[in-house]
Design a protein. Structure first.
Length: 592
């Protein structure tokens, strides 16, 4: 900038050299900016007052001149500066606003932003460097805190979702080199809400911290443990050998969480469920992997919690279909897409129509009619079963009232309705049944409620109370799918059950297997001794029908007799003019 172009005019100092000297003096005596000039060996030529104050505390300008960075800063920092300055001298290129960690020998570190340029003489030759550096410690620390906050969970100090996804992406990329596997373990605490609700949020937070620590103890160098908010954690394992390796880690994590937590001298029992996904594919998508681990987690929950499940693709396809079905199911309730078919139940002794079993169907707007096996389990999980069962109960009672208004149906004609196991613990069930009976004016003993045997496994508690109350209303109770659960007849008798429905899986075996024939015979005899009626389900062949009749089964239903039918086709069976297969079968059975 020295003697090129037009001289600058100034109102104060027309003499350019005087002006430059004045400006230079001001620059060097300022206490704010750290300005320094160095020679070709990076020794200080001149420094500003600000430099003396901040970077060479306690030194005078004479102490500094001729010294280098090695006299004031850590060796590492001094070497870095020397390298930068030598490059500027070699290339003439400046270094602009470089943020550096400035490490001093005898005081706390700082962060500075430094711009360094070549120092040229009047001929334009480079004779050293000069620079100006500014303390940006406050700004850098604030940025670091923000970055930490953006990537960490405040309660546990673990990585958060964002950080985990970032490390997962890196781990996947490294698979290209390592040819290993990456595993994701998606952990969800099973009963955390109870801790929060009964012991307070502080106790809850301590449990979360402890869970994080336990997971960290299981992890290795390079792994990441993250909290996803709530009671969800994810462990990312970078180097897995195989699925068995993943199983080992998952079972250790399940055990470690299940060990219990001590709070104010009490042991809180908490368990965790884990979904695991393992991949060797460097191109796998992090979001998809997390979804897959979540799907497996959902499966672990479904399997009774306190366990882990490995993701598999079939399971995923099912979960996906379920997801679509889930949304449609919610709409189906609003749109009244459910309807009932009725499967006739006949007396095996005198072939008369004894009643029907109401079986729900879903008229799906796109997929057509769907059977209950496909949507009842989902409805149970999603808490939608109550609405479905309420519809079925009400509609079946309405239909029964319509049938019994005429002369055609005998007084003992019974409509059976299936109840989901969950309904037994719903306190409103008894109320619902009472009002359906009242609203449609039906005789309670013409309504039969079917409960599955599996709903009665374990502690009965509420279920027994509900069953007693239902029995008190005068409705019949049937135990459905008998033989698929574990109940003993004595156990059942205490539950006021009137009817035992022998499951199709037994009926299927009856003609090929002497043992099953004997079992059915024994069950029938015992049920009779206990005052129960025996109904055989799923009778598909004439031979089964014959065998069941011979064994003393009271009633039967099955495709060989009649399929589930719309209500307007039931009357035909009552008059004995229905399906010819039914007559042929019954005729065969009575001949036997
Ligand atoms: P379930 O109560 O044991 O009903 C008998 C099932 O066996 C019915 O299937 C019926 O169509 C079928 N079936 C009848 N005879 C034969 C036969 O000869 N061969 C074969 N292979 N099957 C036969 P569906 O209608 O698909 O119902 C399946 C299960 O869904 C029912 O088993 C019941 O547990 C449940 N379910 C049906 N409707 C309802 C309902 O309204 N509410 C609830 N909660 N569950 C229901
Ligand atoms: Mg049933
Ligand atoms: Mg059944």
């Amino acid at each position: 900038m020295a003697d090129q172009g037009q001289p600058t005019r100034s109102a104060v100092h027309p003499d350019r050299q005087v002006l430059e000297r004045m400006c230079m003096r001001n620059l060097l005596t300022n206490a704010e900016e750290r300005v320094f000039f160095k020679d070709l060996e990076s020794r200080f030529l001149l420094v500003s007052a600000g430099f003396l104050l901040d970077q060479a505390q306690g030194c005078s300008i004479d102490d500094v001149i001729g010294k280098s960075d090695f006299d004031f800063f850590s060796e590492e920092h001094a070497f870095a500066a020397l390298e930068d300055e030598q490059r500027i001298i070699r290339t003439g290129e400046p270094i602009v606003a470089k943020i550096e960690h400035e490490t001093f020998r005898d005081r706390p570190d700082a962060w500075v932003s430094t711009t360094k340029l070549p120092l040229r003489d009047d001929e334009g030759r480079i004779v050293g460097t000069f620079g100006i550096s500014r303390d940006v410690t406050g700004q850098v620390l604030a940025e670091q805190a923000l970055a930490h906050q953006a990537l960490h969970d405040a309660v546990t100090g673990l990585a958060n979702r964002l950080a985990l996804i970032d490390r997962l992406s890196q781990a996947l990329l490294s698979l290209d080199r390592t040819h290993g596997r990456v595993g994701l373990f998606y952990v969800d605490l099973d009963n955390f809400k109870v801790v929060n609700d009964s012991f307070g949020h502080d106790a809850g937070d301590r449990v979360l911290v402890e869970v994080g620590q336990r997971l960290s103890r299981i992890s290795e160098r390079g792994d990441t443990v993250a909290r996803f908010g709530g009671d969800e954690f994810v462990l990312l394992r970078r180097a897995l050998r195989d699925d068995d390796d993943a199983r080992l880690i998952a079972s250790r994590a399940v055990r470690s969480i299940g060990k219990g937590f001590v709070h104010e001298g009490k042991v809180l029992t908490i368990t965790g469920s884990i979904g695991v996904v393992v991949t060797a594919d460097p191109l796998a998508d992090p979001a998809t992997l997390l979804q897959q681990a979540d799907t497996a987690l959902y499966q672990a929950k479904g399997a009774g919690r306190d366990c882990f499940r490995l993701f598999d693709a079939d399971l995923h396809a099912r979960a996906r279909a379920n997801h679509d079905l889930d949304a449609a199911l919610r709409k189906a309730i609003e749109n009244k897409e459910f309807f009932l078919l009725y499967q006739p139940v006949f007396s095996l002794q005198d072939q008369s129509l004894r009643g029907v079993e109401a079986l729900v169907r879903w008229r799906h707007p796109e997929r057509g009619v769907i059977g209950p096996a496909e949507f009842i389990p989902l409805a149970e999980v999603r808490g939608l079963i109550g609405a479905i069962d309420t519809f079925v109960l009400d509609e079946a009672c309405r239909q029964l009232a319509e049938w019994t208004r005429g002369e055609e149906f005998a007084e003992g004609f019974v409509v059976s309705v299936n109840l989901s196991g969950q309904q037994l613990s719903d306190t409103r069930l008894v109320e619902r049944v009472t009002s359906s009976i009242k609203n449609h004016g039906i005789v309670p003993s013409q309504l039969c409620l079917e409960i599955t045997e599996t709903a009665l496994i374990g502690e009965l508690g509420e279920a027994a109370t509900t069953l007693a109350a239902l029995s008190g209303l005068g409705v019949l109770l049937a135990l459905d799918d008998f033989g698929t659960g574990y109940s003993t007849l004595a156990h059942i008798q205490r539950l006021n059950v009137d009817i035992l429905k022998i499951d199709r899986s037994f009926v299927e075996q009856i003609t090929g297997n002497d043992r099953d024939r004997k079992i059915i015979g024994a069950i029938t005899a015992m049920a009779h001794a206990l005052g129960m009626l025996v109904v055989a389900e799923g009778i598909e062949t004439d031979r089964q029908l014959e065998a069941l009749t011979a064994l003393g089964c009271d009633e039967g239903q099955g495709f060989v007799l009649a399929r589930p039918l719309p209500p307007d086709q039931i009357a035909a069976f009552n008059r004995g003019t229905g399906d010819t297969a039914y007559h042929r079968a019954l005729a065969g059975a009575t001949r036997a």
